[in-house]
Design a protein around this ligand. Structure first.
Ligand code: MN
Ligand code: MN
Length: 326
């Protein structure tokens, strides 16, 4: 089973520069062939389908724990796309004749505005849906590990190219962090192949030849050892990953280790309403009223908006408080 924690794996800068073109490019890291949906679903199916979980437990444990981290990577990519789209169209409520979305279809991905609520989609940068054919799970452990090594290598080159395509701080923060964590996963699969075959696969690194010293957003993570640490993402399970993830980092010689802790992480951005695309539909104040009433009925803590407790509403029905958009 999975446990969800209300945190992102890393702190993202606050959305300040709407950039629908960068949002479109970042979609490749979501639903592209080597995007985060692909790493997530490859490890998900490989762990679900793993035969010989007892006999080959360290390898199963690796797939199981890294699956959880990839889920967190999808969450980071989605929040990055959403941050880049925040404020990307004029915020007008109930004035369709002013054509607030005019021009949005000439820049970035039209589906961000047409299909979604100015938010991320499970597609690549061209708007093509993520494809289940990107999952490779032959059942042969060595072949699957080899595929995963290729997948993480492909993922890293996409991240570098996205980084090179934008100077937007949210997108760059995402790429810097994912380049470091993708490097850890890439190394993990080389270690797995080494333990299985004796072949020193890590000598093939660095593929692609990315010099992370030239990327400040990656450097700060390396300075605190994030490139040498693997997380179990479980209160007590998957301890046998340590049987594979050990030794030293092939590039800087630092000691590899399995963390007993969860990542510190960062806050989940609140996501400002975008009334021109009816997201979230109700007026924000109406939503607070509705939620306060529900919480009062459930004897739960009142919601704090901007640090202040909001008064519980006494409105009779939800529909009575809804404003009509005209
Ligand atoms: Mn990832
Ligand atoms: Mn990965």
């Amino acid at each position: 089973m999975f446990l969800r924690v209300e945190k992102l794996l890393c702190e993202l800068p606050e959305a300040s520069q709407p950039d629908p073109v960068a949002a479109q490019v970042v979609q490749e890291l979501m639903g592209g062939q080597c995007g985060e949906m692909s790493t997530l679903m490859n490890y998900t199916f490989q762990s679900f389908n793993f035969r010989g979980k007892k006999e080959a437990k360290p390898f199963y444990d690796l797939l199981a724990s890294i699956t959880a981290e990839e889920m967190g990577h999808i969450e980071l990519v989605a929040n990055t796309v959403n941050g880049l789209l925040q404020g990307a169209a004029p915020r007008v409520e109930g004035k369709p004749e002013s054509a607030p979305l005019k021009g949005m279809y000439d820049t970035g991905l039209p589906h961000h505005f047409l299909r979604g609520g100015q938010s991320s989609l499970p597609t690549n940068a061209l708007g093509m849906p993520w494809n289940g054919d990107y999952v490779y799970n032959s059942g042969d452990l060595m072949l699957d590990m080899l595929h995963n090594f290729f997948l993480e290598s492909g993922a890293r080159i996409s991240k570098l190219r996205v980084y090179e395509s934008t100077d937007n701080p949210i997108a760059r923060e995402l790429c810097g962090f994912l380049l470091v964590r993708g490097g850890v996963h890439q190394l993990t699969w080389t270690k797995a192949l080494e333990k299985l075959t004796g072949v020193e696969v890590s000598k093939m690194l660095n593929i692609p030849r990315i010099n992370l010293a030239e990327i400040p957003e990656a450097q700060k993570w390396m300075a605190i050892g994030e490139h040498t640490r693997l997380y179990r993402f479980s209160p007590d399970d998957y301890r046998d990953i340590v049987a594979v993830f050990n030794g030293t980092h092939p590039e800087d010689g630092s000691e590899l280790y399995v963390s007993e802790d969860f990542p510190t992480g960062g806050a989940v951005p609140p996501g400002e309403p975008e009334p021109q695309v009816f997201a979230p539909g109700y007026h924000p104040e109406e939503l607070v009223e509705i939620a306060q009433r529900l919480l009062k009925n459930a004897n739960a803590e009142p919601i704090k908006v901007n640090g202040r407790s909001s008064k519980a509403s006494t409105s009779a029905t939800v529909t009575a408080t809804r404003k009509t958009r005209r």
